[in-house]
Design a protein. Structure first.
Length: 379
């Protein structure tokens, strides 16, 4: 997974770029490395990139060209894939509660794999996408994750068999079980623990005449941010997870839905200091990008992400000092961090580098106060 500072984006190479700040820079090489790492560590699995993490056209094209599938959550994301001619068989509709017109549009395009986690959703899909493959999203323990999904999504395990049984009665094909351990998971056992809890359910389904095709491990694969330097490696997660996967009653095909795990450590954001102001004993650096137009996850929500930030120029004789960093908008929550260690003499016009910002940065930008989304470049 990610190192604290990606060596592909060293200060000297970035300093030579003439792009106007703020801008994102992505490494095609790193995106491909991450995809192939998932394929290597989870052999014979199918990777469906979770588009919500970063749906920039260049990123989608790179992944499509290397053979990646896509986990999609709306007809609007589907439209993005249509533009680059991704075939229906490479797409799964992974959110478990969906608008009816979205289901219809997916089905008309040829997508026939849908997630669900309730009986009403079974009825809806049976009516709008008859004969489709459905997989039920099971509740997972996400207590060790920064961003938790269990309150909003996932059926309790006692409901899995009734839901898939009803799907079969309505002419749908019970396809599998999925789960999501929460985004930025810190427990390497999280995926394995869910598999252990599903073992008897999979066996009971078979006794009831339902043999599944797939087990969808979802996402949650973490990035090593400055705020979470001790997260497990993908290798560690894979070894623990596959050990329990091999103990299932019969062989199921594996699907993975990495989003953050594919793109987080593939990009940097370059910004400029637009003001240096001392307030009540602290020195604030105001930047030309902030939480609304590039760094949303630094805003406290469930948990807060703190990116590694470095100066474009080296530390001088004056040494380093702690700074508070804020974005350019007129909103008080637009505070990025209160503990950035940077050159003491940093000033207006100097450039900073935010590392490992590839996930959940561009996809959740807004035009608050009219500030636009930064430009994106791939190398």
């Amino acid at each position: 997974m990610a190192n604290a500072v990606n060596n592909e984006f060293d200060s000297k190479s970035l300093e030579s770029l003439s792009y106007k700040t703020p801008f994102f820079l992505f490494s095609k090489k790193k995106i491909l490395q991450n995809f192939h790492e998932f394929k290597k560590l989870f052999p014979n699995s199918t990777i469906h990139y979770a588009m919500k993490a970063n749906s920039e056209p260049e990123i989608l094209q790179i992944l499509f060209d290397t053979g990646c599938g896509f986990e999609v959550a709306s007809k609007y994301e589907l439209d993005m894939l249509k533009k680059i001619k991704v075939p229906a068989q490479k797409i799964i509709y992974g959110t478990s509660v969906k608008p009816a017109d979205h289901i219809k549009e997916f089905f008309e395009y040829g997508v026939n794999r849908f997630a669900l986690d309730s009986l009403p959703e079974v009825e809806k899909i049976a009516a709008l996408a008859p004969g489709s493959k459905v997989y039920v999203r099971a509740l997972a323990n996400d207590s060790g994750s920064v961003f938790k999904f269990s309150e909003k999504f996932g059926t309790d395990q006692a409901s899995i068999i009734p839901i898939l049984t009803r799907a079969k009665e309505l002419g749908l094909r019970p396809y599998g079980i999925s789960f999501h351990v929460g985004s930025q998971a810190s427990d390497p056992q999280a995926w394995a623990n869910v598999i252990i809890s599903l073992r008897s359910i999979i066996q009971d389904l078979k006794k009831a005449g339902i043999t599944l095709d797939v087990l969808n491990l979802g996402g949650g694969y973490p990035c090593r941010y400055a705020s979470s330097a001790s997260v497990p490696t993908l290798k560690e997660i894979a070894e623990i997870t596959l050990k329990q996967y091999r103990k299932l009653p019969y062989k199921l095909k594996l699907i993975l839905e990495p989003g953050r795990g594919i793109v987080a450590n593939t990009g940097v954001l370059i910004v400029s200091v637009i003001a240096r102001i001392e307030r009540r004993g602290s020195i604030w650096l105001f930047l030309d990008a902030g939480v609304y137009n590039g760094l949303f996850e630094t805003m406290a929500y469930q948990g807060s992400t703190r990116y590694t930030v470095t100066s474009m120029r080296p530390v001088g004789d004056s040494g380093e000092s702690l700074f508070e960093l804020a974005g350019p908008t007129g909103d008080s929550p637009d505070v990025i961090t209160r503990e950035a260690l940077l050159p003491q003499d940093i000033n207006v016009g100097d450039k900073l580098i935010f590392h490992d910002v590839g996930a959940y940065s561009l996809s959740v930008t807004s035009k608050f106060n009219g500030f636009p989304k930064p430009n994106i470049y791939c190398i």
